[in-house]
Design a protein. Structure first.
Length: 129
């Protein structure tokens, strides 16, 4: 009977402890996922922009990877964890020198440890002669 009572007490403490723990997770939320670089000439073909995001989760956010759909676009992302409630930016540089004139759309894929593991960002614009 004593063993059974200890077992029961242990189970109650275990279940009580589990209910008190909140699931921790990271979550990335961007202010916008699409930006326009406008219309520009090939002389001014190097353009930059920044996508601002916030970790709206309860655990540190780690961006594992950010890559572009084309070699003319280069993303730069934070390499250190972003704490819950903190913000960060992903900088994007587009270099249109030597590229065809006209409208373009480029995609940046962001992979992280958030509930949303993959986010796609888009830049667009038009390059003239």
């Amino acid at each position: 009977m004593k063993k059974f009572a200890l077992f029961l007490l242990g189970m109650v403490l275990f279940v009580t402890n589990m209910k008190g723990e909140e699931e921790k997770y990271a979550e990335i939320e961007f202010e916008t996922q699409k930006m326009s670089l406008g219309t520009f000439s090939e002389k001014d073909a190097v353009r930059t922009c920044a996508f601002t995001f916030k970790n709206v989760g309860t655990a540190p956010l780690i961006i594992n990877q950010a890559f572009a759909s084309c070699g003319c676009t280069t993303p730069d992302f934070p390499k250190t964890p972003i704490k819950p409630g903190e913000s960060g930016t992903i900088g994007v540089t587009y270099n249109g020198q030597g590229r065809p004139f006209g409208r373009f759309t480029k995609t940046i894929t962001v992979r992280c440890n958030g509930k949303t593991e993959v986010v796609r960002l888009t830049i667009e614009g038009e390059m003239t002669e």
